[in-house]
Design a protein around this ligand. Structure first.
Ligand SMILES: *Cc1c(COP(=O)(O)O)cnc(C)c1O
Length: 422
Protein backbone atom coordinates (compact mmCIF):
# COMPACT_ATOMS: atom_id res chain seq x y z
CA UNK A 1 0.00 0.00 0.00
CA UNK A 2 1.21 3.50 -0.79
CA UNK A 3 1.67 4.99 2.66
CA UNK A 4 2.53 8.44 1.36
CA UNK A 5 -0.27 10.78 2.33
CA UNK A 6 -1.09 9.21 5.70
CA UNK A 7 2.23 8.23 7.32
CA UNK A 8 0.98 5.13 9.08
CA UNK A 9 3.36 3.53 11.55
CA UNK A 10 5.20 0.51 10.16
CA UNK A 11 3.64 -1.69 12.84
CA UNK A 12 0.14 -0.69 11.80
CA UNK A 13 0.88 -1.22 8.11
CA UNK A 14 2.08 -4.75 8.91
CA UNK A 15 -0.96 -5.44 11.07
CA UNK A 16 -3.25 -4.23 8.27
CA UNK A 17 -1.53 -6.47 5.76
CA UNK A 18 -1.86 -9.49 8.06
CA UNK A 19 -5.50 -8.66 8.75
CA UNK A 20 -6.21 -8.48 5.05
CA UNK A 21 -4.52 -11.83 4.43
CA UNK A 22 -6.54 -13.48 7.19
CA UNK A 23 -9.88 -12.49 5.60
CA UNK A 24 -9.13 -13.38 1.98
CA UNK A 25 -11.70 -16.17 2.02
CA UNK A 26 -14.34 -13.82 3.47
CA UNK A 27 -13.71 -11.30 0.70
CA UNK A 28 -14.21 -14.00 -1.94
CA UNK A 29 -17.57 -14.88 -0.40
CA UNK A 30 -18.61 -11.22 -0.31
CA UNK A 31 -17.68 -10.88 -3.98
CA UNK A 32 -19.79 -13.90 -4.89
CA UNK A 33 -22.83 -12.32 -3.16
CA UNK A 34 -22.12 -8.99 -4.86
CA UNK A 35 -21.92 -10.57 -8.30
CA UNK A 36 -25.14 -12.50 -7.79
CA UNK A 37 -27.06 -9.46 -6.55
CA UNK A 38 -25.57 -7.15 -9.18
CA UNK A 39 -26.79 -9.44 -11.94
CA UNK A 40 -30.22 -9.64 -10.32
CA UNK A 41 -30.40 -5.83 -10.43
CA UNK A 42 -29.05 -5.52 -13.98
CA UNK A 43 -31.49 -8.17 -15.23
CA UNK A 44 -34.40 -6.22 -13.77
CA UNK A 45 -33.36 -3.00 -15.56
CA UNK A 46 -33.16 -4.94 -18.83
CA UNK A 47 -36.41 -6.86 -18.32
CA UNK A 48 -38.31 -3.64 -17.57
CA UNK A 49 -36.82 -1.87 -20.61
CA UNK A 50 -35.59 1.09 -18.57
CA UNK A 51 -35.16 4.06 -20.92
CA UNK A 52 -33.31 7.35 -20.72
CA UNK A 53 -36.54 9.32 -20.97
CA UNK A 54 -37.79 7.75 -17.73
CA UNK A 55 -34.95 9.19 -15.66
CA UNK A 56 -36.10 12.81 -15.52
CA UNK A 57 -39.38 12.80 -13.64
CA UNK A 58 -42.45 14.92 -13.18
CA UNK A 59 -43.83 18.02 -11.44
CA UNK A 60 -47.24 18.97 -10.01
CA UNK A 61 -49.48 15.98 -9.35
CA UNK A 62 -47.02 13.69 -11.07
CA UNK A 63 -49.73 11.81 -12.98
CA UNK A 64 -48.49 9.19 -15.41
CA UNK A 65 -44.88 9.35 -14.25
CA UNK A 66 -43.52 6.23 -15.96
CA UNK A 67 -40.08 6.66 -14.37
CA UNK A 68 -41.65 6.40 -10.90
CA UNK A 69 -43.53 3.29 -12.02
CA UNK A 70 -40.33 1.83 -13.41
CA UNK A 71 -38.47 2.38 -10.12
CA UNK A 72 -41.32 0.67 -8.22
CA UNK A 73 -41.22 -2.26 -10.66
CA UNK A 74 -37.44 -2.66 -10.38
CA UNK A 75 -37.55 -2.43 -6.57
CA UNK A 76 -40.24 -5.15 -6.55
CA UNK A 77 -38.15 -7.39 -8.83
CA UNK A 78 -34.89 -7.14 -6.93
CA UNK A 79 -36.62 -7.89 -3.62
CA UNK A 80 -38.58 -10.73 -5.30
CA UNK A 81 -41.78 -9.03 -4.18
CA UNK A 82 -45.15 -8.69 -5.93
CA UNK A 83 -45.03 -4.91 -5.68
CA UNK A 84 -43.03 -2.03 -4.19
CA UNK A 85 -42.97 1.70 -3.51
CA UNK A 86 -39.64 3.55 -3.63
CA UNK A 87 -39.75 7.31 -3.12
CA UNK A 88 -37.51 10.24 -2.23
CA UNK A 89 -40.40 11.68 -0.17
CA UNK A 90 -40.30 8.94 2.45
CA UNK A 91 -38.11 11.12 4.65
CA UNK A 92 -36.14 8.32 6.34
CA UNK A 93 -36.33 4.71 7.48
CA UNK A 94 -38.48 5.51 10.50
CA UNK A 95 -41.02 7.36 8.34
CA UNK A 96 -41.20 4.45 5.89
CA UNK A 97 -41.67 1.95 8.72
CA UNK A 98 -44.30 4.21 10.29
CA UNK A 99 -46.26 4.45 7.03
CA UNK A 100 -46.30 0.66 6.74
CA UNK A 101 -47.43 0.15 10.35
CA UNK A 102 -50.27 2.69 10.03
CA UNK A 103 -51.23 1.20 6.64
CA UNK A 104 -51.74 -2.30 8.04
CA UNK A 105 -52.99 -1.76 11.60
CA UNK A 106 -56.49 -0.57 12.65
CA UNK A 107 -57.91 0.44 16.04
CA UNK A 108 -58.23 -2.62 18.29
CA UNK A 109 -55.52 -4.57 16.43
CA UNK A 110 -52.43 -5.92 18.17
CA UNK A 111 -48.87 -5.73 16.90
CA UNK A 112 -46.25 -8.18 18.19
CA UNK A 113 -42.51 -7.52 17.92
CA UNK A 114 -40.59 -10.82 18.13
CA UNK A 115 -37.07 -9.36 18.20
CA UNK A 116 -37.22 -7.69 21.61
CA UNK A 117 -37.24 -3.92 21.94
CA UNK A 118 -37.35 -2.24 18.48
CA UNK A 119 -34.89 0.37 17.22
CA UNK A 120 -35.07 3.58 19.31
CA UNK A 121 -36.90 5.79 16.81
CA UNK A 122 -39.68 3.21 16.28
CA UNK A 123 -40.72 3.12 19.96
CA UNK A 124 -42.53 6.51 19.96
CA UNK A 125 -44.23 5.62 16.64
CA UNK A 126 -45.72 2.58 18.36
CA UNK A 127 -46.37 4.62 21.52
CA UNK A 128 -44.72 1.88 23.46
CA UNK A 129 -44.94 3.56 26.85
CA UNK A 130 -48.60 4.41 26.23
CA UNK A 131 -50.43 7.02 24.17
CA UNK A 132 -48.17 10.03 23.49
CA UNK A 133 -50.68 12.40 21.90
CA UNK A 134 -48.60 12.70 18.74
CA UNK A 135 -50.71 10.27 16.75
CA UNK A 136 -48.82 7.12 17.71
CA UNK A 137 -50.33 3.67 17.16
CA UNK A 138 -51.27 3.68 20.87
CA UNK A 139 -53.16 6.97 20.37
CA UNK A 140 -55.34 5.11 17.84
CA UNK A 141 -55.99 2.19 20.22
CA UNK A 142 -53.53 -0.20 18.59
CA UNK A 143 -52.00 -2.56 21.15
CA UNK A 144 -48.37 -3.61 21.36
CA UNK A 145 -46.78 -6.84 22.57
CA UNK A 146 -43.19 -8.03 22.52
CA UNK A 147 -41.33 -11.32 22.94
CA UNK A 148 -37.81 -11.20 24.35
CA UNK A 149 -34.89 -12.68 22.43
CA UNK A 150 -33.47 -15.98 23.71
CA UNK A 151 -30.19 -16.19 25.63
CA UNK A 152 -28.19 -16.29 22.38
CA UNK A 153 -29.87 -13.18 21.00
CA UNK A 154 -31.99 -15.16 18.52
CA UNK A 155 -35.77 -15.23 18.10
CA UNK A 156 -37.38 -17.35 20.84
CA UNK A 157 -39.53 -19.55 18.60
CA UNK A 158 -41.34 -21.32 21.47
CA UNK A 159 -42.38 -18.01 22.98
CA UNK A 160 -43.45 -16.72 19.56
CA UNK A 161 -45.54 -19.85 18.93
CA UNK A 162 -47.27 -19.51 22.29
CA UNK A 163 -47.88 -15.77 21.92
CA UNK A 164 -49.32 -15.87 18.40
CA UNK A 165 -51.50 -18.89 19.29
CA UNK A 166 -52.95 -17.34 22.43
CA UNK A 167 -53.51 -13.79 21.17
CA UNK A 168 -55.21 -12.32 18.15
CA UNK A 169 -52.13 -10.80 16.48
CA UNK A 170 -52.60 -8.72 13.34
CA UNK A 171 -48.98 -7.90 12.63
CA UNK A 172 -45.71 -9.58 13.57
CA UNK A 173 -42.71 -7.25 13.40
CA UNK A 174 -39.13 -8.44 12.92
CA UNK A 175 -36.00 -6.27 13.05
CA UNK A 176 -33.30 -7.89 10.92
CA UNK A 177 -30.32 -5.79 12.00
CA UNK A 178 -28.85 -5.53 15.48
CA UNK A 179 -29.39 -1.76 15.60
CA UNK A 180 -27.29 -0.37 18.47
CA UNK A 181 -27.30 -3.55 20.54
CA UNK A 182 -24.81 -6.41 20.66
CA UNK A 183 -27.27 -9.11 19.66
CA UNK A 184 -26.42 -10.88 16.39
CA UNK A 185 -28.19 -9.73 13.25
CA UNK A 186 -30.70 -12.18 11.83
CA UNK A 187 -29.97 -14.19 8.73
CA UNK A 188 -32.66 -14.61 6.09
CA UNK A 189 -32.75 -18.29 7.20
CA UNK A 190 -33.49 -17.22 10.81
CA UNK A 191 -36.32 -15.08 9.47
CA UNK A 192 -37.63 -17.99 7.38
CA UNK A 193 -37.90 -20.17 10.52
CA UNK A 194 -39.72 -17.45 12.45
CA UNK A 195 -42.14 -16.73 9.59
CA UNK A 196 -42.96 -20.44 9.39
CA UNK A 197 -43.87 -20.57 13.09
CA UNK A 198 -45.99 -17.42 12.80
CA UNK A 199 -47.82 -18.59 9.66
CA UNK A 200 -48.49 -22.10 11.02
CA UNK A 201 -50.03 -20.72 14.20
CA UNK A 202 -51.82 -17.52 13.13
CA UNK A 203 -53.00 -15.41 10.21
CA UNK A 204 -50.72 -12.47 11.15
CA UNK A 205 -49.01 -10.35 8.51
CA UNK A 206 -45.21 -10.45 8.88
CA UNK A 207 -43.30 -7.19 8.38
CA UNK A 208 -39.50 -6.90 8.48
CA UNK A 209 -37.45 -3.80 9.29
CA UNK A 210 -34.82 -4.56 6.64
CA UNK A 211 -32.51 -1.60 7.43
CA UNK A 212 -28.81 -2.39 6.81
CA UNK A 213 -29.60 -5.89 5.53
CA UNK A 214 -30.30 -5.27 1.83
CA UNK A 215 -27.93 -7.15 -0.52
CA UNK A 216 -25.88 -8.55 2.40
CA UNK A 217 -27.05 -12.01 1.39
CA UNK A 218 -28.26 -13.50 -1.89
CA UNK A 219 -31.86 -13.55 -0.64
CA UNK A 220 -34.09 -11.00 1.05
CA UNK A 221 -36.71 -11.70 3.75
CA UNK A 222 -39.45 -11.43 1.08
CA UNK A 223 -38.03 -14.68 -0.31
CA UNK A 224 -38.34 -16.27 3.12
CA UNK A 225 -42.08 -15.68 3.54
CA UNK A 226 -42.16 -12.12 4.92
CA UNK A 227 -45.18 -10.19 3.62
CA UNK A 228 -43.46 -6.79 3.68
CA UNK A 229 -39.92 -5.40 3.99
CA UNK A 230 -39.11 -1.74 4.62
CA UNK A 231 -35.87 0.25 4.55
CA UNK A 232 -34.04 3.54 4.05
CA UNK A 233 -32.34 4.90 0.92
CA UNK A 234 -29.52 6.57 2.84
CA UNK A 235 -28.48 3.08 3.86
CA UNK A 236 -27.83 0.04 1.61
CA UNK A 237 -30.36 0.31 -1.25
CA UNK A 238 -29.57 3.98 -2.01
CA UNK A 239 -26.11 2.90 -3.10
CA UNK A 240 -24.62 6.12 -1.70
CA UNK A 241 -26.32 8.03 -4.52
CA UNK A 242 -29.97 8.56 -3.49
CA UNK A 243 -30.11 11.86 -1.57
CA UNK A 244 -32.95 10.68 0.69
CA UNK A 245 -35.93 8.34 0.69
CA UNK A 246 -37.20 4.92 1.59
CA UNK A 247 -38.89 1.86 0.14
CA UNK A 248 -41.36 -0.86 0.97
CA UNK A 249 -41.73 -4.12 -0.96
CA UNK A 250 -44.08 -7.05 -0.50
CA UNK A 251 -47.54 -8.45 -1.17
CA UNK A 252 -49.62 -6.52 -3.70
CA UNK A 253 -52.55 -5.80 -1.38
CA UNK A 254 -50.25 -4.59 1.41
CA UNK A 255 -48.35 -2.26 -0.90
CA UNK A 256 -51.72 -0.89 -2.04
CA UNK A 257 -52.65 -0.13 1.58
CA UNK A 258 -49.24 1.53 2.03
CA UNK A 259 -49.90 3.70 -1.03
CA UNK A 260 -53.12 5.05 0.55
CA UNK A 261 -51.21 5.92 3.71
CA UNK A 262 -48.33 7.41 1.69
CA UNK A 263 -50.73 9.93 0.09
CA UNK A 264 -54.49 9.59 0.81
CA UNK A 265 -57.26 7.04 0.29
CA UNK A 266 -58.28 6.91 -3.37
CA UNK A 267 -55.26 8.87 -4.68
CA UNK A 268 -52.70 6.29 -3.50
CA UNK A 269 -49.75 5.93 -5.88
CA UNK A 270 -51.37 7.80 -8.78
CA UNK A 271 -49.89 11.07 -7.49
CA UNK A 272 -46.42 12.07 -6.36
CA UNK A 273 -44.15 14.26 -8.48
CA UNK A 274 -40.62 12.90 -8.55
CA UNK A 275 -38.94 16.29 -9.16
CA UNK A 276 -35.89 14.80 -10.82
CA UNK A 277 -35.17 12.23 -8.09
CA UNK A 278 -35.77 9.18 -10.30
CA UNK A 279 -32.33 9.16 -11.90
CA UNK A 280 -30.58 9.11 -8.52
CA UNK A 281 -32.90 6.48 -7.08
CA UNK A 282 -32.40 4.17 -10.07
CA UNK A 283 -28.66 4.81 -10.24
CA UNK A 284 -28.41 4.17 -6.49
CA UNK A 285 -30.32 0.90 -6.79
CA UNK A 286 -28.07 -0.09 -9.67
CA UNK A 287 -24.91 0.52 -7.63
CA UNK A 288 -26.25 -0.80 -4.32
CA UNK A 289 -25.08 -4.45 -4.49
CA UNK A 290 -21.52 -3.32 -5.23
CA UNK A 291 -21.48 -0.57 -2.59
CA UNK A 292 -22.85 -2.96 0.03
CA UNK A 293 -20.02 -5.36 -0.87
CA UNK A 294 -17.48 -2.58 -0.33
CA UNK A 295 -19.05 -1.71 3.04
CA UNK A 296 -18.98 -5.38 4.06
CA UNK A 297 -15.30 -5.68 3.14
CA UNK A 298 -14.58 -2.54 5.18
CA UNK A 299 -16.41 -4.08 8.16
CA UNK A 300 -14.61 -7.43 7.87
CA UNK A 301 -11.24 -5.67 7.61
CA UNK A 302 -12.05 -3.51 10.65
CA UNK A 303 -12.98 -6.61 12.60
CA UNK A 304 -9.76 -8.46 11.69
CA UNK A 305 -7.51 -5.46 12.34
CA UNK A 306 -9.01 -4.64 15.75
CA UNK A 307 -8.93 -8.30 16.79
CA UNK A 308 -5.21 -8.30 16.06
CA UNK A 309 -4.89 -5.19 18.25
CA UNK A 310 -6.50 -7.09 21.13
CA UNK A 311 -10.12 -5.89 20.98
CA UNK A 312 -13.28 -7.97 20.91
CA UNK A 313 -15.39 -7.50 17.78
CA UNK A 314 -18.91 -8.55 16.88
CA UNK A 315 -19.42 -10.02 14.41
CA UNK A 316 -15.90 -11.46 14.61
CA UNK A 317 -13.82 -11.55 11.42
CA UNK A 318 -14.67 -15.23 10.91
CA UNK A 319 -18.43 -15.06 11.61
CA UNK A 320 -21.15 -15.08 8.93
CA UNK A 321 -22.61 -11.61 8.30
CA UNK A 322 -26.18 -10.59 7.59
CA UNK A 323 -25.82 -6.80 7.53
CA UNK A 324 -23.15 -4.10 7.21
CA UNK A 325 -22.82 -3.23 10.92
CA UNK A 326 -19.60 -3.84 12.84
CA UNK A 327 -19.37 -3.42 16.60
CA UNK A 328 -15.96 -3.14 18.30
CA UNK A 329 -15.55 -3.15 22.06
CA UNK A 330 -12.87 -0.58 22.80
CA UNK A 331 -12.64 -0.98 26.60
CA UNK A 332 -12.98 2.70 27.61
CA UNK A 333 -14.33 6.12 26.64
CA UNK A 334 -10.93 7.50 25.62
CA UNK A 335 -10.57 4.80 22.96
CA UNK A 336 -14.10 5.43 21.68
CA UNK A 337 -13.34 9.12 21.28
CA UNK A 338 -9.99 8.36 19.61
CA UNK A 339 -11.63 5.90 17.21
CA UNK A 340 -14.28 8.40 16.09
CA UNK A 341 -11.74 11.21 15.71
CA UNK A 342 -9.45 8.98 13.63
CA UNK A 343 -12.30 7.81 11.40
CA UNK A 344 -13.44 11.39 10.88
CA UNK A 345 -9.93 12.32 9.71
CA UNK A 346 -10.33 9.79 6.90
CA UNK A 347 -13.66 11.15 5.63
CA UNK A 348 -13.83 12.82 2.21
CA UNK A 349 -16.09 15.56 3.62
CA UNK A 350 -15.54 17.39 6.96
CA UNK A 351 -12.24 15.59 7.62
CA UNK A 352 -11.00 18.65 9.57
CA UNK A 353 -13.86 18.47 12.09
CA UNK A 354 -13.16 17.05 15.56
CA UNK A 355 -16.06 14.92 16.89
CA UNK A 356 -17.08 15.68 20.48
CA UNK A 357 -19.30 13.61 22.81
CA UNK A 358 -22.76 15.22 23.22
CA UNK A 359 -26.00 14.66 25.10
CA UNK A 360 -28.07 13.11 22.36
CA UNK A 361 -31.85 13.33 22.99
CA UNK A 362 -33.23 9.99 24.14
CA UNK A 363 -29.89 8.68 25.43
CA UNK A 364 -29.07 8.31 29.12
CA UNK A 365 -25.36 8.97 28.46
CA UNK A 366 -23.16 10.97 26.09
CA UNK A 367 -22.74 9.77 22.51
CA UNK A 368 -19.92 10.47 20.06
CA UNK A 369 -20.29 10.13 16.30
CA UNK A 370 -18.05 10.25 13.27
CA UNK A 371 -19.59 11.15 9.92
CA UNK A 372 -18.02 12.80 6.95
CA UNK A 373 -20.51 12.06 4.24
CA UNK A 374 -21.65 13.52 0.91
CA UNK A 375 -25.23 12.88 2.07
CA UNK A 376 -26.03 14.16 5.54
CA UNK A 377 -26.56 11.31 7.98
CA UNK A 378 -25.88 8.67 5.34
CA UNK A 379 -24.72 5.46 6.98
CA UNK A 380 -23.86 3.60 3.78
CA UNK A 381 -20.95 6.06 3.85
CA UNK A 382 -18.23 5.36 6.44
CA UNK A 383 -19.60 6.39 9.84
CA UNK A 384 -19.55 5.42 13.52
CA UNK A 385 -21.55 5.95 16.70
CA UNK A 386 -20.52 5.20 20.28
CA UNK A 387 -22.46 5.75 23.51
CA UNK A 388 -19.87 6.47 26.24
CA UNK A 389 -20.90 3.69 28.62
CA UNK A 390 -20.49 -0.05 29.17
CA UNK A 391 -19.69 -2.10 27.09
CA UNK A 392 -17.73 0.78 25.48
CA UNK A 393 -18.56 -0.41 21.99
CA UNK A 394 -18.43 1.59 18.79
CA UNK A 395 -20.85 0.67 16.00
CA UNK A 396 -19.43 1.43 12.60
CA UNK A 397 -20.76 0.89 9.12
CA UNK A 398 -20.46 1.90 5.51
CA UNK A 399 -17.67 2.81 3.16
CA UNK A 400 -18.42 3.70 -0.46
CA UNK A 401 -15.29 1.92 -1.57
CA UNK A 402 -13.05 -0.47 0.28
CA UNK A 403 -9.80 1.40 -0.29
CA UNK A 404 -10.95 4.61 1.38
CA UNK A 405 -12.87 2.60 4.01
CA UNK A 406 -9.68 0.74 4.88
CA UNK A 407 -7.78 4.02 5.25
CA UNK A 408 -10.52 5.38 7.54
CA UNK A 409 -10.30 2.28 9.73
CA UNK A 410 -6.50 2.50 9.86
CA UNK A 411 -6.64 6.17 10.88
CA UNK A 412 -9.01 5.16 13.69
CA UNK A 413 -6.58 2.41 14.74
CA UNK A 414 -3.60 4.75 14.57
CA UNK A 415 -5.34 7.22 16.86
CA UNK A 416 -5.90 4.48 19.46
CA UNK A 417 -2.36 3.11 19.16
CA UNK A 418 -0.93 6.61 19.74
CA UNK A 419 -3.20 7.14 22.71
CA UNK A 420 -2.14 3.82 24.26
CA UNK A 421 1.58 4.52 23.77
CA UNK A 422 1.42 7.93 25.45
C1 LIG B 1 -31.61 3.18 10.69
C2 LIG B 1 -32.61 2.24 11.23
C3 LIG B 1 -33.95 2.59 11.36
C4 LIG B 1 -34.48 3.97 11.13
O1 LIG B 1 -34.02 4.60 10.03
P1 LIG B 1 -33.81 6.20 10.00
O2 LIG B 1 -33.54 6.40 8.55
O3 LIG B 1 -32.66 6.54 10.87
O4 LIG B 1 -35.08 6.83 10.42
C5 LIG B 1 -34.82 1.63 11.82
N1 LIG B 1 -34.40 0.40 12.14
C6 LIG B 1 -33.11 0.03 12.04
C7 LIG B 1 -32.70 -1.35 12.44
C8 LIG B 1 -32.17 0.93 11.58
O5 LIG B 1 -30.90 0.56 11.48
Amino acid sequence: MNNMPFNFDKKLLDAAQDALKSVKGKFEKIEAVTEYNQNKVLASFIKNKASEAQLWGSTGYGYGDTGRELADRIAADIFSAEDALIRYNFTCGTHSLGIALFAILRPGDTMLCITGRPYDTICPVIGMDGANGQGSLADYGIKYMETELDENGGIDLDKVKKTVSENNIKLVYIQRSRGYTLRPSLSVEDIRKAVKVVKENSSATVMVDNCYGEFAEMNEPTEAGADLIVGSLIKNPGGGIAKCGGYMAGKKEIIELCSYRMTTPSLGREVGATLGSTREILMGLFHAPHIVGEAMKTAVFASALFESLGFETTPSSSEERHDIIQAIKLKNSENLIAFCRGLQKGSPIDSFVTPEPWDMPGYPCQVIMAAGAFTSGSSIELSADAPLREPFAVWMQGGLNFHSGKTGIMLAAQEIIRLCSQ
